[in-house]
Write a protein that binds this ligand. Structure first.
Ligand code: P6P
Length: 341
């Protein structure tokens, strides 16, 4: 049986893109190398060298930095930074952007990443992941400017994630559909396992941290209460599935359908998740798979951030489920007449 590798798939997409120079393919190949290294570490975390646990440092998000977090950030920064395909790297773990020095081998891409999302789950063996996003440098001249580092979500060239779990799966889009690859650890190759991923138009699962219930506003409470009500005509009550690791929760939503939410709340008035490193890349993926992603009121890909660490509320998943959420939030906020059923 002929099995397509991720390297071959990226090359095929390059050949289907007339203006391609091969630089993006080189970048993707370097991302694969970093992903394989991290997969090895994640799957052997704690065996031999002690890389469970904390570094004792606090990152720009005010979160404790676990050793694998730091290792992942350094691995991607080193490998992508030396690839000759990027001129800047921004990371959830770095307060400031890493600009490739002018004398070094630079390229036209900007690489953004959450190097190891869900890291609070590392020591309980729950799936964690890397999320990445690729933009083209927009500004003229050699200098990397804010115009390059804070672009509208719609301007992403590509986006993807790697979920490290019972198997390591690499999912990406370069705006030619969404495709998933599974790592064969014996060969060290990613093989096509989920071609042309399409998210179900409607699901029957919702995914949110209900522990924040008391922090939510009324429209958010009304939305979740609606999903719990029994009404077989609208496939309710929905099942609740929440892992607390965005890549794992999103991967399940992409494959099975449903609605993932991280709404704003009294403690996080702008939401918890980051535009550049989480919402925008996953929004590109879900839209390429036929789904939707919004803040509850605005399409994620229409947003241009004002800071590289901007946070925002996220409602993402099946088209009909995100639309239902937006409609009910709006109606509830406007306090309009009851939406029967
Ligand atoms: P909470 C993990 O720390 C993370 O950034 C995402 O992976 C996940 O979706 C979210 O935070 C979980 O947040 O508040 O439910 O623990």
């Amino acid at each position: 049986m002929e099995r397509t590798t991720l390297v071959q798939h990226v090359r095929q997409q390059e050949k289907a893109t007339p203006e391609a120079t091969g630089e993006f393919s080189s970048l993707m190949n370097e991302i694969m190398v970093a992903a394989k290294i991290i997969s090895l570490q994640v799957n052997s975390a704690g065996i031999g060298e002690d890389i469970f646990g904390l570094t004792g440092k606090i990152n720009v998000q005010g979160e404790e930095v676990k050793k694998l977090d730091e290792f992942s950030d350094l691995t991607f920064t080193k490998i992508i930074g030396q690839s000759g395909t990027v001129c800047a790297i921004t990371s959830e773990e770095k307060e400031e952007p890493f600009i490739i020095p002018a004398g070094d081998d630079r390229g036209k891409y900007i690489f953004m990443m959450d190097p190891l999302d869900g890291s609070s789950n590392i020591d309980v063996n729950v799936n964690i992941g890397t999320i990445f996003s690729v933009y083209k440098k927009k500004s003229s001249g050699d200098r990397v400017t804010d115009e390059d580092l804070m672009q509208k979500g719609e301007h992403q060239i590509a986006a993807g994630y790697i979920v490290y779990g019972s198997s390591t799966i690499f999912v990406y889009t370069s705006r030619q559909g969404v495709h998933g690859f599974t790592l064969d650890p014996t060969l060290g190759e990613f093989f096509l396992s989920h071609p042309d991923l399409v998210i179900p138009e409607q699901g029957s699962t919702y995914s949110v941290n209900e522990g924040n219930w008391e922090l939510w506003d009324e429209p958010q409470k009304n939305l979740v209460a609606y999903l719990k009500e029994e009404d077989h005509a609208t496939a309710r009550p929905y099942k609740l599935r929440y892992i607390g690791s965005l890549v794992a929760d999103f991967h399940r939503t992409l494959l099975k359908g449903g609605l993932f939410m991280y709404p704003k709340d009294r403690k996080s008035p702008n939401g918890k998740l980051r535009f550049s490193f989480e919402a925008a890349p996953l929004a590109l993926i879900v839209e390429q798979a036929g789904g939707k992603a919004s803040t509850g009121t605005r399409r994620i890909l229409d947003i241009t951030p004002t800071g590289i660490h901007d946070r925002l509320p996220l409602f993402i998943g099946s088209k009909k489920d995100v639309e239902m959420a937006e409609e009910r939030l709006a109606a509830s906020a406007k306090n309009t007449i009851d939406l029967n059923g």
